[in-house]
Write a new protein. Structure first.
Length: 138
């Protein structure tokens, strides 16, 4: 299963995706996330931002704005088959909450969450999800 992913300038999610060894397309940090197009079913890997509380004048929320723009494209949204998120357990109940948001809004399964750059076990679990291809075909 192809992976589309977003990683901020911290590169945590990027490093995690590199460890997977799967075909992956990065949603750019700068520019318009809508310029990236999915052509086949895919899984999305994204970090969760902050506590999800908007900052006046700066926006904010759980889902990175680049991912929102990417998913606002009807074709990209239609091909999404599941979401995997990075988060930080310091946020308690909001840990990995971008997965809840995307799963609910896009009606896809929230498949997995991992902390920051993930562990070896997280990499293996996500690799198995990507390779399983279970019910992810159109």
């Amino acid at each position: 299963m192809r992976v589309f992913y977003f990683s901020s300038v911290s590169e945590n999610t990027h490093r995690f995706v590199q460890k997977l060894g799967v075909e992956a397309v990065r949603i750019p940090v700068r520019g318009d996330g809508a310029s990236v197009k999915a052509r086949e079913p895919y899984l999305l890997i994204t970090p969760t931002y902050g506590g999800g509380h908007p900052i006046p004048g700066k926006g904010g929320g759980y889902v990175p704005k680049q991912v929102i723009k990417f998913l606002n494209d009807p074709e990209n949204r239609a091909l999404l088959r599941g979401v995997i998120v990075a988060g930080n357990t310091n946020f308690g109940a909001e840990y990995g909450y971008a997965g809840n948001v995307i799963s609910s809004k896009c009606q896809v399964p929230f498949l997995y969450r991992f902390e920051l750059m993930g562990t070896t076990e997280d990499v293996q679990a996500v690799r198995e999800i990507c390779e399983a291809d279970l019910a992810f075909s159109a």
